[in-house]
Write a protein that binds this ligand. Structure first.
Ligand code: GUN
Ligand code: FE
Length: 445
């Protein structure tokens, strides 16, 4: 197929923005990017799709998501992290069965795609992880996912498993799902956070990634002051310092949040090339704090964006994350820092780099996978400026998920003209409501 947009924001290393150009896609990859050529279009056997008003960008990459929590949106508001987990989220997640989990995952995938995200790193669920993988495969998403690991849980003791069965199960899951769907699905080993994991589990799951090339290690770190105090009480070390002391951080480790991080730990993030998943809306709503991503970026530490779970923000659109990522840094460092272009890159190519997928996705370049999002930046809520630099500003500061018109993953349309080609929204809503009602009854028991 040939796509002829109004313009293309490539996010390539030259940060090119192309006007009067088209892209050609074959077998899910971009095979050429050239100047518009009517003769070429008329002689070509490929389908020529014209989007005169739309801006083509790389599909967004989110590096920290909990699909299993989408069903709980609006049911865990106005709490700090440890209370939020203890009194709401752990009991809810514990009550998932396969049907409620599937409803939650579908809601999440639908929301992510409708707002332009094509790749995600997911934290998984304690039970029935295969449901998440199977739905990601069916939807044709690009995802790194893995079973959420918990082998101790003082906050909600019912919600845990034991170390050996956790490790046995994830080995089987990784064998079954890593590198499936033409490589779109990969395994991400996902111990929940220090407070719910034994050292054996943290280390065992880290070691396992050696057997699955291209897999990642994904956990929460240094999110909340009370969490950190408890980590220090138990281990006599700060969170990242502890991770380093047991040898579980390297360049294939993604740490969500990284808010309360000291200088020594910042140096560790740099030295070990650890990836920071910044979740600004979650960090604000849970009152967790402001991660100093300006400092991380200045030191050359990988930073990318994630919406976290729907009950902490309460929306999975990356547009909220981009805007807040910029605004929060301006608040602490001044308005000149964290400009729109920098933030746009965090949501695209930097996300791809964080996941070691930069050779496949994250920018619009010949040879890369056709994971693409088309935006309508022409509605009257947007600046009418046609200046190249205004495009980043329009996307990051003025747009929302509503600006997304169409989305494809690996050359296949998932959203076209603002309509999901995968799911029927009314059916999703009905099913989710029914499943939520049953789940809440299970919680009460
Ligand atoms: N830390 C441990 N679990 C969670 C979670 O589900 N969400 C967030 N934001 N932080 C966590
Ligand atoms: Fe999280």
């Amino acid at each position: 197929m040939i796509i002829v947009p109004k313009n293309i924001v490539t996010a390539d290393s030259k940060e090119r923005i192309l006007k009067n150009h088209f892209i050609e896609i074959e077998n899910g990859r971009i095979i050429s990017i050239k100047k518009n050529d009517e003769k070429y279009f008329s002689q070509n056997k490929r389908k020529v799709l014209r989007f005169d008003k739309l801006t083509l960008i790389p599909g967004f990459v989110q590096t920290h998501i909990h699909l299993c929590q989408t069903l709980f949106r609006g049911l865990a508001d106005d709490l700090e992290l440890l209370d939020w987990l203890q009194f709401k989220i752990f009991p809810y997640e514990n009550a998932h069965n396969k049907n409620s989990l599937l409803a939650s995952v579908r809601l999440g995938i639908n929301e992510l795609l409708l707002s332009g995200t094509t790749t995600l790193l997911d934290m998984g669920t304690l039970r029935h992880q295969e449901v998440i993988f199977e739905e990601l495969q069916k939807a044709g998403m690009r995802a790194i996912a893995g079973k959420c690991l918990i082998d101790k849980n003082d906050l909600f003791p019912q919600f845990k498993s034991d170390t050996k069965s956790e490790l046995d199960e994830i080995y089987q899951l990784a064998k079954a799902f890593h590198n499936t769907s033409n490589g779109r699905i990969k395994y991400g080993f996902a111990p929940r956070f220090v407070l719910s994991c034994s050292e054996k589990l943290l280390k065992g799951s880290f070691e396992m990634k050696k057997d699955f090339s291209g897999s990642l290690y994904h956990t929460h770190s240094s999110e909340n002051k009370n969490e950190l105090a408890e980590v220090k009480k138990r281990h006599r070390k700060a969170n990242i310092e502890y991770f380093d002391s047991i040898g579980v951080v390297d360049d294939h480790s993604v740490l969500a949040h990284c808010i309360h991080v000291d200088e020594k730990e910042t140096d560790l993030l740099k030295k070990k090339e650890v990836r920071v998943a910044h979740c600004p809306s979650s960090n604000l709503k849970l009152g967790s704090g402001i991660a100093n991503i300006t400092k991380y970026l200045m030191k050359g530490i990988s930073v990318s964006l994630g919406a976290d779970g729907a009950p902490c923000n309460n929306n999975l659109s990356i547009f909220n994350e981009m805007k807040l990522a910029a605004f929060m840094q301006k608040l602490i460092h001044g308005a000149k820092l964290m400009d729109a272009k920098t933030v746009f890159k965090l949501a695209t190519i930097e996300g791809a780099k964080a996941l070691h997928l930069q050779n496949e996705i994250g920018s619009i370049e010949v040879g890369k996978k056709a994971d693409l999002t088309l935006l309508d930046l022409t509605s009257n809520t947007h600046s009418l400026s046609e200046e190249v630099e205004s495009i980043y500003s329009n996307i990051v500061y003025a747009s929302s998920g509503d600006s997304v018109n169409s989305v494809m993953v690996e050359g296949e349309w998932k959203v076209l003209n603002k309509k999901s080609l995968l799911y029927d929204q009314a059916e999703l809503n009905y099913n989710s409501k029914t499943e939520l009602k049953k789940l809440l009854n299970r919680v009460k028991k």
